[in-house]
Design a protein around this ligand. Structure first.
Ligand code: GAL
Length: 416
């Protein structure tokens, strides 16, 4: 109910905003980067464009993972008034491209040689029918753990490298009266944790078979039951007020030492940095135990809506600013993600960013790079939403693990 009210308010807000005049040389940008760290990163882009005399009409729609933003977008498109540029993920981009709603960015892409520098994993979502339809901003990944170093040190806990060590660490924190895991109970956050937990329990081949190939046998396997059992363990070790909490407030619990760990994509690092915290000193970043070799990625992109045939000057300026190597470094250093081009130096990145870049390159060359189910890079929205429903119902105690496995098989079968 609460979610519905929030979404409805966002839609009304968006429609009202759309009636205000957008200056000819403005870009109107719909996005969900509203947390402290996200807003700091977005400012890098706004300032870049202002430097080129392109005005910025801000259209923020709060809600991590972007579900509310996508609801607002559909309302705007239905009303015949799409924004100039829209933050989007994976299969959602292809969906809009297939509907013929997006502008063709091939001229700017050819002039700037995007084909040579953007990795294939991103091109799979940025190009449709040979046309560039969106500009990739970054590469995030979801199989990360964020830890408060002082809390771990005070309890004699070393960085866990496998599930059993993670269980021991969590139990030690619980015994010491510290909330072991900071979590926000929203479907997309439950699913984000599930990305990493499923990768650990199923392994890379199993993850691909289940969430990319949508193979019923793997979806219904014993390993999938293990994944749900592990989710239940995590549920048992979050605080009582987790339900509905925004992801960045969960991150704040780790920043403040109220909790030991958070499993979240590397946008969480943006919150630590925004609070003046230093990796290795104040906080630790490491891959979810058992997934050190794998990367479950999601890449934010700005898709450009067709404004009547031609790519507008402002859209081209925005696309070109986003792909410029200096912007890719400056923005991603703040955002917590890594560049969407392969030729950007890691010199300005902190230890977590350097690790992120190394992990991504290694995973891509060893066949260990997979799209995130939670963030729309493994399967289309219908399947993603079916997975969300089951994972969240199980997390909230509606299903035991065995029932969840069966529900997952059925839900994906219906949705695919
Ligand atoms: C993701 C997005 C990230 C971050 C996160 C939380 O879907 O890719 O950039 O914004 O949501 O809002």
């Amino acid at each position: 109910m609460r979610i519905f009210t929030k979404t409805k308010a966002a839609v009304v807000g968006a429609l009202l905003a759309s009636t205000s005049m957008v200056q000819a040389a403005d870009v109107e940008v719909l996005h969900w980067w509203t947390s402290g760290g996200e807003a700091a990163a977005l400012n890098v882009l706004k300032q870049d464009l202002e430097g080129q005399s392109v005005g910025w009409q801000d259209m923020p729609v709060a809600g991590g993972g972007g579900e509310q933003a996508m609801t607002v977008l559909r309302a705007r498109v239905t009303a015949g008034n799409p924004p100039t540029a829209v933050q989007a993920l994976g299969f959602d981009i292809l969906d809009w491209a297939n509907q013929g709603a997006l502008a063709n960015l091939n001229d700017v892409a050819a002039k700037e040689g995007w084909d040579e520098v953007v990795p294939d994993a991103l091109k799979a979502f940025a190009k449709a029918d040979g046309k560039w339809v969106s500009a990739p901003v970054n590469v995030h990944s979801t199989n990360w753990v964020w830890a408060n170093k002082a809390v771990l040190d005070a309890n004699g806990i070393a960085q866990p490298t496998n599930w059993d060590e993670f269980v021991s660490a969590v139990e030690a924190l619980k015994a010491a009266g510290v909330t072991p895991i900071a979590h926000g109970g929203q479907a997309w956050q439950d699913a984000t944790v599930f990305d990493a937990v499923a990768m650990g329990a199923l392994g890379p081949d199993g993850y691909k078979a289940a969430f990319i190939d949508l193979d019923s046998e793997t979806l219904g396997s014993d390993a999938m039951k293990t994944a749900f059992d592990r989710m239940a363990f995590i549920r048992d070790n979050v605080d009582d007020n987790f339900s509905g909490r925004d992801w960045n407030l969960a991150t704040a619990m780790v920043i403040n030492g109220e909790a030991g760990f958070q499993m979240m994509g590397d946008w969480a690092k943006g919150e630590f940095l925004n609070a003046g915290k230093v990796p290795g000193e104040d906080f630790l970043c490491f891959r979810f135990p058992g997934t050190a070799e794998q990367v479950t990625f999601n890449a934010d992109q700005f898709m450009m809506f067709d404004q009547g045939g031609e790519v507008s000057t402002e859209q081209a300026a925005l696309a070109s600013a986003i792909l410029s190597p200096s912007f890719q470094s400056a923005f991603n250093v703040v955002k917590g993600s890594v560049p969407a081009r392969t030729d950007v130096s890691d010199a300005d990145f902190d230890a977590c960013g350097k690790q992120g870049m190394k992990d991504l390159a290694a995973a891509a060359s060893s066949g260990n790079l997979f799209g995130s189910m939670a963030h729309g890079h493994a399967a289309p929205a219908s399947v993603k939403n079916a997975v969300y429903d089951v994972v969240t119902a199980h997390f909230n105690g509606e299903y035991d693990s065995e029932t969840a496995v069966q529900e997952l098989v059925d839900a994906v079968d219906i949705a695919k």
